[in-house]
Design a protein around this ligand. Structure first.
Ligand SMILES: [Zn+2]
Length: 305
């Protein structure tokens, strides 16, 4: 077995997009399974893709113990959780990991989405043992996996995760936007990103805030990053919290990652549009001469490192 095995169950941003025009890449919202050789089992985000993962786990029929990392709490990252069947089985244990926000703790945020107004089963009624672990920007370990977290440029408290295991490393940044536009005079209308308290956090960091993310990703084997827009689309959607492909590629080049996966496809992009983003990203990498492989994430795709 590879050291780290990554399987994509949901790769679409914002809202599920079923239908003929998205058959190739898939319409489920973010969920990524990460298996470490003889190590723990992680699930990154609980978008609608987690439902299919749950079905596979049920078929395997073994007790499941997993850590579910939630990057942030926008619908596309949590809406599959109530339909994750292993969470209804008393033999299973899950630890949900994510950030508190200014007014609510992690467990409250997750519980509220299953309030009886929205869903008939409360989280307390799920039969599996469910633990919560609030994290901020920090470094910690789960079994032998070394984990680092970083706050991103996305409305709310969105975290990126870096996982290192036996000298292999991956970074998962599902929703993120470049900071550099903030400094450009033609974008003064967008100069007030809805960062809330995070603005104070970021102000304490280095001047070039994108550089923090570059350092975070430095040299990793696999970078999974938001690639929602074409450049022209992004220019009309500054401050939405998502990246144009040229920024994502630039980040991969500056960080000198080994492999880049384009993630969080725009719900208005059909398969042809995602193909085009993949092609244009690939051309930018070719032009740089750096040996980075690059693919658009696809439901069911497996990457082993
Ligand atoms: Zn999202």
């Amino acid at each position: 077995m590879s050291t780290i095995k990554v399987k994509f169950w949901g790769v679409r941003g914002s809202i599920p997009t079923p239908g003929y025009s998205t058959l190739k890449y898939g319409g489920n919202t973010p969920c990524v399974e990460v298996r470490f050789q003889d190590g723990p089992f992680f699930i990154l985000d609980a978008g609608t893709g987690i439902r299919e993962l749950g079905k596979e786990l049920m078929q395997l029929g073994k007790p499941v113990s997993a850590y579910i990392f939630i990057s942030h709490f926008h619908w596309d990252h949590i809406q599959g959780l109530p339909f994750f069947r292993p969470a209804h089985n008393p033999k299973n244990t899950f630890t949900i990991i994510g950030s508190d926000d200014t007014t609510l703790n992690l467990d409250q945020i997750i519980s509220f989405q299953m309030d009886s107004t929205y869903f008939p089963i409360a989280i307390q009624d799920m039969k599996a043992k469910i633990n919560f672990r609030s994290v901020k920007e920090e470094i910690f370990s789960i079994e032998k996996v070394h984990i680092e977290t970083i706050y991103l440029n996305h409305p709310g408290y969105a975290l990126g995760f870096k996982m290192t295991f036996k000298n292999k490393s991956i970074v998962y940044i599902s929703d993120n936007e470049p900071f550099y536009f903030l400094n450009q005079p033609e974008n003064t209308d967008s100069a007030t990103l809805p960062l809330g308290d995070l603005e104070d956090i970021f102000d304490n960091f280095v001047e070039n805030k994108d550089q923090r993310i570059v350092e975070f990703c430095r040299g990793v084997d696999l970078l999974i990053h938001d690639t929602q827009f074409f450049i022209e689309e992004y220019q009309k959607r500054v401050s939405w919290g998502h990246s144009p492909f040229n920024f994502t590629v630039d980040l991969a080049l500056r960080s000198e990652v080994k492999q880049l996966i384009l993630f969080h496809h725009d719900p208005d992009h059909d398969d042809d549009a995602v193909d085009k983003i993949e092609q244009m990203s690939w051309e930018l990498i070719q032009k740089s001469g750096k040996p980075i492989s690059c693919r658009a994430a696809q439901e069911g795709m497996v990457v082993e490192i």
